[in-house]
Design a protein around this ligand. Structure first.
Ligand SMILES: C[S@@+](CC[C@H](N)C(=O)[O-])C[C@H]1O[C@@H](n2cnc3c(N)ncnc32)[C@H](O)[C@@H]1O
Length: 237
């Protein structure tokens, strides 16, 4: 049983065998297989990137070096870019995503234009108090969404806001705009709670498609779930 898919250490062993720095690599590999989020030339922002397994899968998904593309990872911890599966297109920054200004993150993207894929695998230090952990995870998720679509996007998602107010916030102020490019994709990790439903509700009108995924490599005791949003729609003018 020790080598079978589904046994506790199967993904850990597979990660070691294939040169990934963590079993979490298989979560992004499954997303790639099902949704093809990262393609050659993509510009990828990986929030909560330590120890670097998603950096590895993201860089592999860019294809050969000459196809271009970029992967920028941010984490509270300092992350050395893994030597395996990564190349010169990968860079990491040590910072708190909750407080790093949006324009500083945008400045890390190719030509400072923004990213075509934003991934967040961020999670708080789990306390074991369910409600508290879910609330902290939702805060990280909301920050990711606000970075991606900007205040303008969040206002647009709120059906109750009048048209006039929508056009006010989608003006030229870059702080109000998000750093996810139109047509771009967003992946956000959340812990199962009522917040997941609310979160899907906010995301659905902003993207062509939104789905939830619990990857096979998720530990059975974990309540994590990923919201996968594809194809950011352009903001109404
Ligand atoms: C599950 S790990 C990510 C694993 C990573 N995707 C990989 O495959 O190697 C979650 C990470 O989120 C980071 N994190 C949590 N809160 C953060 C914050 N506010 N800013 C930046 N990183 C954060 C943690 O430091 C931790 O390294």
């Amino acid at each position: 049983m020790s080598g079978a898919a589904g046994s506790p250490d199967f993904f850990y062993r597979e990660a070691q065998r294939l040169g990934y720095v963590a079993r979490s690599a298989f979560k992004l590999l499954q997303m790639q297989k099902q949704y093809k989020l990262i393609t050659p030339g993509s510009s990828v922002l990986d929030l909560g990137c330590a120890p670097g397994a998603w950096l590895q899968v993201a860089c592999q998904s860019l294809g050969p070096l000459q196809k271009g593309g970029a992967v920028v990872g941010i984490d509270l911890k300092k992350v050395k870019v893994p030597s395996m599966h990564c190349d010169a297109r990968v860079q990491t920054v040590c910072a708190d995503v909750m407080s790093l200004p949006k324009d500083q993150i945008r400045a890390l993207s190719p030509k400072q234009k923004g990213f075509s894929v934003i991934l967040s695998d961020m999670c708080p230090l789990v306390s074991g108090i369910r409600a508290r952990d879910a609330a902290l995870s939702a805060e990280l998720g909301m920050r990711t969404l606000e970075l991606a679509v900007g205040e303008a996007g969040l206002v647009q998602a709120d059906d109750s806001i009048e048209q006039k107010e929508q056009s006010d916030v989608s003006g030229s102020d870059p702080e109000h705009r998000g750093i996810l490019l139109p047509g771009g994709h967003l992946v956000v990790k959340l812990l199962e709670s009522e917040d997941v439903k609310d979160f899907s509700h906010i995301c659905k009108p902003l993207f062509k498609k939104a789905a939830r995924l619990r990857p096979k490599a998720t530990r059975s005791c974990s309540r994590e779930i990923y919201l996968i949003c594809q194809g950011l729609l352009s903001l109404k003018k």
